[in-house]
Structure formats: C-alpha cells, structure tokens
Design a protein around this ligand. Sequence first.
Ligand SMILES: O=C(O)c1ccccc1NCC(=O)[C@H](O)[C@H](O)COP(=O)(O)O
Length: 400
Amino acid sequence: MEGLVYARMTPRVSFQAVPSLNYRLCHPFKRSIPATVMVVGRGRTLSVRPIRAQQPETKDGAAEKEEAADVLKVKEWEVGMLQDEVAASQGISIRRRPQTGSPVHYVGPFEFRLQNEGNTPSNILEEIIWHKDKEVSELKERRPLYALKKALDDAPPTRDFIGALKAAHQRTGLPGLIAEVKKASPSRGILRENFDPVEIAKGYEKGGAACISVLTDKKYFQGSFENLEAIRGAGVKCPLLCKEFILDAWQIYYARTKGADAILLIAAVLPNLDIRYMTKICMMLGMAALVEVHDEREMDRVLGIEGVELIGINNRNLETFEVDIGNTKKLLEGDRGQRIREKGIIVVGESGLFTPDDINYVQEAGVKAVLVGESIVKQDDPAKGITGLFGRDISFVTLT
Ligand SMILES: O=C(O)c1ccccc1NCC(=O)[C@H](O)[C@H](O)COP(=O)(O)O
C-alpha cells in the first residue's frame, strides 16, 4: 500500500538521506530548511524516537565540519547516482550503494528508521557490493593510494597467470585448473571447518593445479588478505588470483601489495569503462584480469572491451545461487564462440564442477581452464580431490 508521511523538520537539521525515484525527501542535504519532509513509497516501516538535543544556531567549528561532511555526502551521492545510471544503461541491475542512504535518519531530536527499496538490497550480490563499497571507502581513508603505490616496490614479483593456464592445458590436454581456497560461501555455508589455507594451497599445487584462487572477503566467505599473503609467503609457486569484489582501482593495488598475480572483475557489477580502466591497470602492474560473466548480455559487453584476455563464465547465478553448468555451453555457442576463438581469449568455466564428466562437458563446450572450489576444498586431501575431479592424476600427465 502506498504510504504518505509528513513530518515537520526543525531548523538546522543535518540530513543523511538522499532522494530516489521511490523515496523523496525535499531538499535532503540543505541545512536550516524550515521545510516539510515528505516520504512517499511502498512497503516501508517508519519509526521515530527522540535521540538528541537540538543543536545551537551559531556556526561553530563542529557545525562547519558537519556542513562540509554534508557537502561531501551530496557529491558522493551524485557520483553514485551517475555510476548507477551508466550501469543501468548497460543492463547492470546491481546498485553500487543504497540510493536513499542508511535506513537510519536523524531529524532534529528524532531518529527515523525507514526501510524501503532504496536502502534494502534486492539480492545477496547487491548486499555484498554495498558492504564492500563501505569497507573500501574506510580502507582507502586509512591507506590512501599514494601510500599503497609506494608499497608496490616491496611486493613480490608477479607471475604469469594466463601463461600458467595455457602451459597446463598444453601439458595435460585438459583444462588448466584454478583451484579455490574457500572456507565458506553465502550459498553453501561453511565448506571446511579445519581450514588451513597454506596447507590447502600446497595440496592443490602438489595435485597439479595451474593457479590458485584465494577468497579474501571476510564477511561473506570467511577469507582474508592474510591468507593470500601467507600462501605467497609459504613458497607456493602457482600464480594467485585474488578473489574479491573489486569496485575501485585502489583494491587492485592493494591486492598486488599482498602478492596477487590476478584479480577478478565481475561484469554484473562493473560498467564497461571500469572494466577497461581496471584491465589497463592490471596490465601496467603485470597482473591478469579474469572478467566474469553470467549471461549473453554480459558476454557481449565484455567481448566489446579492448584488452580482455581471460573471461570466466560463472555457472552460478550470483543473485539466485542457481547453478547450471549448461550455462558455459550456452554462452560459447555460435558467433560468440567464434569471436572468442578469433580473439584468442582463454575461457574459464566456473562453479558447480564436481566430476570428470563435468570437466569433459565444459571442455567440449570450449573452455581451456576451470575454476573449482567446493568439490576439492571439501576433501581431506585436496591433491586427491583434484585427482578425483579429473578422473586421473594430473600432476604428472604430459602429452606425448
Ligand atoms: O559461492 C557463492 O555462494 C557466491 C555467492 C555470491 C557471490 C559469489 C559466490 N561465489 C563465487 C564463485 O562463483 C565460486 O567461488 C567459484 O566459482 C567456485 O565455485 P564452486 O566450485 O562451485 O565452489
């Protein structure tokens, strides 16, 4: 049902909210507006309670600071809206951050809690992105890009991620394996209780993995950059993919300082220009970019972006968690497959691969590499897990 709420706004109100199509606040950022706040929309809850005393009218240092913070918020909001508009024009439905700010708003002595479409994520991927956006802003404040760039000099040298996949494929005649170090996931919960990332990575290397993917997100995957650093520091030679939700170039530099050789770029989240720009940064840093797609539209977008050398087809829909390995085949059929071959792009089949038949199926569809987590990380002996996945020991296989 449509809700219509009018509330009197007292002078010198600092507003955190932003307007959206569904939720309109008159002049949300202007302070000292003797205005009426109007909230219009569907299915939202509103609670009001007094929380603080009225602020004085005089413009002291604190008030000025607050005003400056408001101006910054307006700018951030404008940039965010512009990003979302560009993204939407490319069919990206994942919004970068809540359009109406946090559900909590302060109006004079009152706190409002407004739950609406603008501040409630529509699926798990959007929830992850909103969380990540905040996390990255805070990290950037603590360690700005110039400081990070200095730290690059101390980073371990990069290793050739794509080269390792190609070499493994040539050596075995099978898809090169990117084996994933993954403790938990939103769709599967905890995958492995006794989780020692270094031991698992060493097991993968012993079992014949070409590259290793390390989940670094803490909140949703129980991963960390410490894991990435520890694996690199332990002498594992396989090139490392930093499996993160990258939204900002800052994260690429950060991943490099922690020893990453490749990063993931998700087309469901990043507009074309971001992918292009971030791919260039990777090239500059000697890293690879695995650009992940899930449907035809994303594949077509990514095929139009210059500089993309590695495309991952995720068989998991990150919004619904549905897994279908037929997705890899579907996206490689016809003209698309042809264009990919002409461009010399390496395709990685990702998610939901458990058996030699699955590997065979995606290989026949045209992939030269696979990214596998659950089916091997769950095995007591990850090296044996790889043997089970391929139906033979790939650590020694060499084509004659
Ligand atoms: O796995 C999830 O639940 C998930 C949820 C939201 C975003 C990403 C998610 N997973 C990332 C992946 O796609 C997988 O970690 C990777 O492809 C390996 O998949 P699997 O072999 O099925 O573990």
